[in-house]
Write a protein that binds this ligand. Sequence first.
Ligand code: ADP
Ligand code: ZN
Length: 436
Amino acid sequence: MEKQKYYQPELETMPREEMAKLQNERFMKQLHRVYEKVPYYRAKMAEKGVTPDDIKSIEDIRKLPFLSKADLREAYPCGMLAVPLSECVRIQSTSGTTGKRVVAFYTQHDVDLWESCCARAITAAGGTKEDVLQVCYGYGLFTGGMGVHGGSHKVGCLTLPMSSGNTERQIQFMMDLRSTILCCTPSYAAYLGEALKEAGYKPEDNHLKAGIFGAEPWTEEMRRDIQRSLGIKAYDIYGLTETSGPGVAFECCEQHGMHINEDHFYPEIIDPDTGEVLPEGEQGELVFTALDKEAFPLIRYRTRDICVLSRDKCSCGRTLIKMSKPRGRTDDMLIIRGVNVFPSQIETVLMEQGYSSNYLITIDRVNNTDTFDIDVEMLPDQFSDTVRAITAKEKALTDALRTTLGITAKVHLVPPKSIQRSEGKAKRLIDKRKLI
Ligand code: ADP
Ligand code: ZN
């Protein structure tokens, strides 16, 4: 294995006890500051009957109230600010996947902190000042472009601020400027792989060595597919606007779980129904406390992302705790005919059966019964199959899905390229039941 480099070795490989001490110090300071500066959170604490005096150390964090997206919407736009607006230098906003957008504020210190987190991720993916890093996450309010861009500058890579879209130009710059690291959503990476092939390029024709992909859930099967089509190592990166943006957690050379930058973001896993903190190793909802952000320091923020935390030793030498790939959000979970289904389970089955990640789930309710349809793109060589062969393939896929999900979906194999591609976060679900 190649020698691992770190962006901030003293923090990324800090012994456990020292990290716990640092977290505790930062947390105690942060809590008092938030209590003093953010009336909204002070009121939430009062509602729960706690004051800072009840919190002796970070161990007592579970006594504190949670914050959720609903709180941020209620406090919109400035109700969570912990510094005067004149101290802020930037805002970013969520992509609004699940409703009204949320606005986050940053001081210069917060921007630096965030970009350093992204720089850690780029370094972990093998990035150095010799690299050419192509950013095709959207720029602007969306955190993806701006965060990775800043991290890339910190590492010293030659940065290509492409933003999303215009695939032809992406490919031209990728080839002409010899991009070595690609940053975008996994669904766009898959699409770029397709587009490169169509343009007549083989995976070895590009100069890419690594990709850093995040902002949406993706499966191991999709990783294999992207690695193959682009001829790279594909690394996961995780984050959300409320905690700063991408770079809250990142993958290392092990490509097995993401290290959380826990010197800045303190993680907990809770039972999403009861709010109870779960022991390490159990799956639940991820909750973050920003330990040293200044402008928008959320305490016990419920991400709604479902994952598992692990302190198993990592071969890369980092001591930062790891989170598993989020399998979706609590609000992603579909309940179809009473059965819990995560779209990621469907994706895994499709890809195991050799299909691509181009699919669309449609759910409706007819005569009080849920209908569950999945359009799946045929591979180009299946397109010429007979109707009989296609029906047999649909049946095989239906059976495989039933085994995993426990319910029956109606599978429709549709022509290649008939499902719309995404330049940002993919849309793979239409739930018509919500419209009723
Ligand atoms: P929105 O909630 O509007 O989509 P963001 O653009 O800030 O707001 O997106 C953050 C969310 O994106 C996370 O809470 C998570 O659900 C998802 N996400 C980000 N990175 C990843 C990743 N690597 N894997 C899975 N989900 C991710
Ligand atoms: Zn590691």
